[in-house]
Ligand binder design. Structure first.
Ligand code: CA
Length: 236
C-alpha cells in the first residue's frame, strides 16, 4: 500500500503540467493531473487528496469558480493557486475564494516545492476525505457517513469493519494491498496472523458488490500478494 501523499494538479498547459508533475514525483508525492476545472471537481467527488494545485486560467470554469465550489463543501483541503496574472487583485480574489496560498507564473521551482510542503505540513493533522460522501463504483453507491450501500441487489447497511475495509480499498484504488496490511489496518491484528476472517470478508464484499461474485471485477485476488480494488474495470 502506498503511503505517498497524493496531490491533484489542475493545469491545462501540458509543458507546465509535465514539469510540475516530474518535480513533485521526484519529491515523493503521488500526483494526479486533470486539465479542467470540471474534471477537477469530478475527480474530487470520488478521490481523497491532500493538496490541490489549481491553475487560475482554465478552459471552461476557471480556478476561482473551482475554488468556490470546493469550499462550499470542504473547508480543509489546502489549495495552492497558480496564476499567470501577477496583479495584486488576483491574489486578493484568490484568497477570498478560499485558496490557502498562491504563486504567480513564472515561479521558481524551489519556491513552488516549498509552498507545497508548507501547505501539507500545516494540514497534515487532517484526514483527507472525498468531497462527496457517496462513493460509486460499478452499479454500487456507498454513503461513507451512514454506511448505507445501494447495490444492484438492493439496499444494505454495512458494518463498521466492512466499511473500514472498503475505505482502505477506495483510498488505495488500483494498488495491491497485502493480507498483512488489511489484517493490521482493519482488524488491528498482527500482519502474520493466520485467519480465514479476511477471506470471508472478501467473499462477502464480492457477494454484495459484484454482478457475478465468481468472476470478480472490482475486488481482485492477486495471488501471493494480496488484493486489489478496481473502480472501473476494463470493458470486456
Ligand atoms: Ca492555464
Amino acid at each position: 500500500m502506498s503511503k505517498k501523499t497524493s496531490i491533484l494538479l489542475v493545469e491545462d498547459e501540458p509543458n507546465i503540467a509535465q514539469g510540475l508533475i516530474y518535480n513533485l514525483q521526484a519529491e515523493g508525492y503521488r500526483v494526479s493531473h486533470v486539465e479542467s476545472g470540471e474534471d477537477a471537481l469530478a475527480y474530487l467527488a470520488d478521490h481523497a487528496c491532500a493538496l490541490l494545485i489549481l491553475d487560475l486560467m482554465l478552459p471552461g470554469i476557471d480556478g476561482l469558480q473551482v475554488c468556490r465550489k470546493i469550499r462550499e463543501q470542504d473547508l480543509q483541503l489546502p489549495i495552492l493557486m497558480l496564476t499567470a496574472r501577477g496583479a495584486e487583485q488576483d491574489r486578493v480574489a484568490g484568497l477570498i475564494e478560499g485558496a490557502d496560498d498562491y504563486l504567480s507564473k513564472p515561479f521558481n521551482l524551489k519556491e513552488f516545492l516549498l509552498r507545497v510542503s508548507g501547505l501539507l505540513r500545516r494540514s497534515n493533522w487532517q484526514q483527507p476525505v472525498p468531497l462527496n460522501t457517496r462513493y460509486r463504483f460499478g452499479s454500487n453507491a456507498i454513503d461513507l457517513q451512514t454506511h448505507q450501500a445501494d447495490t444492484a441487489a438492493g439496499k444494505l447497511q454495512l458494518t463498521e469493519l466492512e466499511m473500514k475495509m472498503l475505505s482502505l480499498f477506495f483510498a488505495n484504488e488500483g494498488s495491491v494491498i497485502s493480507r498483512g496490511e488489511l489484517l493490521e489496518s482493519v482488524w488491528e491484528l498482527d500482519p502474520d496472523t493466520e485467519t480465514r476472517t479476511l477471506d470471508n470478508f472478501i467473499v462477502r464484499l464480492r457477494k454484495y458488490f459484484e454482478s457475478d461474485s465468481s468472476k470478480p471485477r472490482h475486488f481482485l485476488t492477486i495471488r501471493g500478494r494480496g488484493y486489489r480494488f478496481v473502480k472501473q474495470p476494463e470493458q470486456d
